[in-house]
Ligand binder design. Structure first.
Ligand code: NAD
Length: 489
């Protein structure tokens, strides 16, 4: 088979329907939407587009399956997750290829995401039987307390386009482990990876109605009727802060549990005593992974004024040497941005920095031709009024701004409404710890550019969100605590 034939066979084997109550269905009105390849603009596949009626059917399926699913043993749920883990591993190439085709990232990064995303399947398979309760006396000795954790109930899981597998597994795996049923709504731009993942979940034995997947051209047609339904108990959302806020307002009407993994504006702080080669290596990973389209991306490089020139020179050389191209081609380091709108947004941010007097040291332009490519870019002499400093860039653009001392670095790092990922490079471990104590971020990488791990609690503070995914905390998001008391014998 040629590569093209393999891709056609893979697209053919990827489900195109809505997964409701264990069956792949067409949309109730026969509606569809196209999924495009951002590297070429070509249509990859046409999927069923859920209507409000379909969303209600998915809600019915999840609600009907909840009681029996909650009664399954944790071992049974753990086994399903472990079988799914093995299947995802076995189908790494298929999942990675779909991800590169629909999202654009280089194939080797997609393979990395499959490995990372799959760790949530394994981790929560292991966590499922170890989510303990307690049995204790009240201080007065008159009552026995039994504290248990029950599944919160049917959940709506909404995922973004930038990590099409990992964002799904980070929610689906703990929900399965906890005994919740769910409706997964993948992003319109990148649904194919989730569709294929759902197919593997069925093969792993997930019962009908426990996992429902409803893709749609209209996000609100899915979220609207489901969030209005009193049987829904939780919404877990990963995406932009404005949409997260809107969902929280709707959730308030039903007092729904929410987990919100929202935007970021990550500072990457480089002190004068840092190992600059290691800092540049970390900067490349923190900035360029996923073409900069990551909530954890280093958004602002805060560099001590005494080493800013040397750091920028070394960083610029590395950025300038990267090869931009179709993620399916061998040797590609940087793929396209996900859509035209995304690239236009990056162009505007770079133009704004230029107008405000910053210098484009490397790159700075959109690439002509098909696909939504943007050159890896380094901007120096950035000031606090530049939009690249205040907004989430979501592209391969690295702005450098200098600081004078530790207080100045902390002030600059914290001067944002966001608080997700942050990074610090210094050889003084006590300085790194001091920064950790003063910085308002959910995650801090100390001399490391990528820290996400299924065993660690991931999440933000301030307007970056609420709740944690991964770690022991990840399963707690899907459970509710019940206390039962009885007289001491
Ligand atoms: P987005 O907010 O536009 O969309 C996210 C998801 O929400 C998609 O599935 C979309 O279809 C859906 N959606 C959009 N409007 C909706 C509505 N009114 N009701 C219900 N659902 C709706 O975000 P995006 O562009 O897909 O993703 C990029 C954003 O996600 C960035 O801000 C990034 O920082 C953030 N992100 C955060 C994390 C994290 O863990 N904190 C991880 C990845 C991405």
């Amino acid at each position: 088979m040629t590569n093209q034939e393999k891709i056609s066979a893979l697209l053919e084997a990827t489900p195109k329907g809505l997964l409701i109550n264990g069956e792949w269905r067409d949309a109730s009105d026969g509606g569809t939407f196209d999924v495009e390849n951002p590297a070429t603009g070509e249509v990859l596949a046409t999927l069923a587009s859920a209507t409000e009626e379909d969303s209600r059917a998915a809600m019915d399926a999840a609600a009907n399956a909840q009681e029996s699913w909650a009664r399954t043993s944790t071992r049974e749920r753990s086994d399903i997750l472990m079988r799914a883990y093995n299947l995802v591993k076995e189908h790494t190439d298929e999942l990675a290829t779909l991800m590169t085709l629909e999202m654009g990232k280089p194939l080797k990064e997609s393979q990395g995401e499959v490995a990372y995303g799959n760790q949530f399947m394994r981790w929560f398979s292991e966590e499922a039987p170890r989510h303990y309760g307690r049995y204790a006396d009240t201080p007065e000795g008159n009552l026995k307390m039994i504290v248990t954790h029950k599944p919160v109930g049917p959940c709506l899981l909404i995922t973004p386009w930038n990590f099409p597998l990992a964002m799904a597994t980070r929610k689906v795996a703990p929900a399965v482990a906890a005994g919740c049923t769910m409706i997964l709504k993948p992003a319109r731009l990148t649904p194919l990876t989730s569709q294929y993942f759902a197919k593997l979940m069925i093969e792993a034995g997930i019962p009908a109605g426990v996992l429902n997947v409803v893709c749609s051209a209209s996000a609100s047609k899915v979220s609207g009727p489901i969030m209005d339904d009193p049987r829904l108990r939780k919404v877990s959302f990963t995406g932009s802060t404005p949409v997260g806020k809107q969902l929280m307002k709707t959730a308030a009407d039903r007092v729904l549990r929410t987990s919100m993994e929202l935007g970021g504006n990550g500072p990457f702080i480089v002190f004068e005593d840092a190992d600059l080669d290691k800092a540049v290596e970390g900067a490349m990973a923190a900035k360029m992974r996923n073409m900069g389209e990551a909530c954890t991306a280093a958004n602002r490089f805060l560099v001590h004024e005494s080493v800013a020139e040397e750091f920028s020179k070394k960083f610029g050389e590395k950025l300038g040497a990267l090869k931009t191209g179709n993620g399916m081609d061998e040797g590609t380091d940087v793929g396209p941005l996900v859509e035209k709108k995304a690239r236009d947004g990056v162009v505007e941010l770079v133009e704004d920095a230029k107008e405000k007097g910053a210098t484009i040291s490397v790159g700075g332009k959109a690439v002509d031709g098909n696909g939504y490519f943007f050159e890896p870019t380094l901007i120096t002499g950035v000031t606090e009024d530049c939009r690249v400093f205040t907004e989430e860039i979501f592209g391969p653009v690295a702005p450098v701004i200098t600081f004078k001392d530790e207080d100045d670095a902390v002030r600059l790092a914290n001067s944002t409404e966001y608080g997700l990922a942050s990074y610090v490079y210094t050889q003084d471990i006590y300085r790194a710890l001091r920064i950790g104590e003063r910085i308002e971020y959910g995650l801090l990488g100390m001399n490391v550019g990528v820290i996400s791990n299924a065993a660690a609690p991931f999440g933000g503070v301030k307007e970056s969100g609420l709740g944690r995914e991964g770690g022991a905390e990840g399963i707690a998001e899907y459970t509710t605590t019940q206390y039962m008391g009885l007289p001491s014998p």
